[in-house]
Design a protein around this ligand. Structure first.
Ligand code: 5GP
Length: 141
């Protein structure tokens, strides 16, 4: 297994606009978009715009930029879904559960007593698009 960055990974293609995504938020250093196999309503992903595989090769600057965006989007998503809490997931290398090798943070709005769904089931695109709009509507002006 290579531990170098592969610029053909799916999130690199999203960053280059080669494949579509439902964008939630963007700044100079980060992008947030919806996960297409959502495990919660509002499941979205925050990534740095610059290349790195995961937490193991990320720079302090990349991590700080991602965390700033996680903070912004997590609060918006909590409001958008009237959530009771937020769960962050972040996986590193295959053994750590990582499938896409561009650093990303999963944001999951959570409700008391509602379990997170299993991974790997494609979501309904209209629903995902509508959920993106709900989060966008709650972002700070
Ligand atoms: P991880 O690498 O942390 O295990 O998760 C990768 C995530 O990327 C999964 O939650 C999966 O649903 C999501 N994903 C995989 N392919 C695509 C895609 O083409 N577009 C989007 N928006 N998400 C994807």
């Amino acid at each position: 297994m290579s531990d170098t960055y592969d610029d053909q990974n799916i999130f690199a293609k999203i960053l280059r606009g080669e494949i579509p995504s439902f964008k939630v938020y963007e700044d100079d250093d980060t992008l947030c978009f919806m996960d297409i196999m959502p495990r919660t309503e509002g499941h979205c992903l925050v990534i740095p715009k610059t290349p790195c595989r995961n937490i193991l090769d990320a720079t302090p600057e990349q991590l700080a930029a991602c965390m700033k965006t996680v903070n912004t989007v997590a609060n918006a998503a909590k409001r958008a879904f009237d959530a009771d809490g937020i769960t962050l997931f972040q996986f590193n290398e295959g053994a750590g559960g990582q499938e896409v090798f561009h650093l990303h943070f999963h944001i999951h709005p959570r409700h008391d007593g509602v379990a997170i769904r299993p991974p790997g089931k494609m979501g309904d695109m209209d629903q995902i698009k509508a959920n993106a709009a709900k989060i966008v509507a709650e972002l700070p002006a």
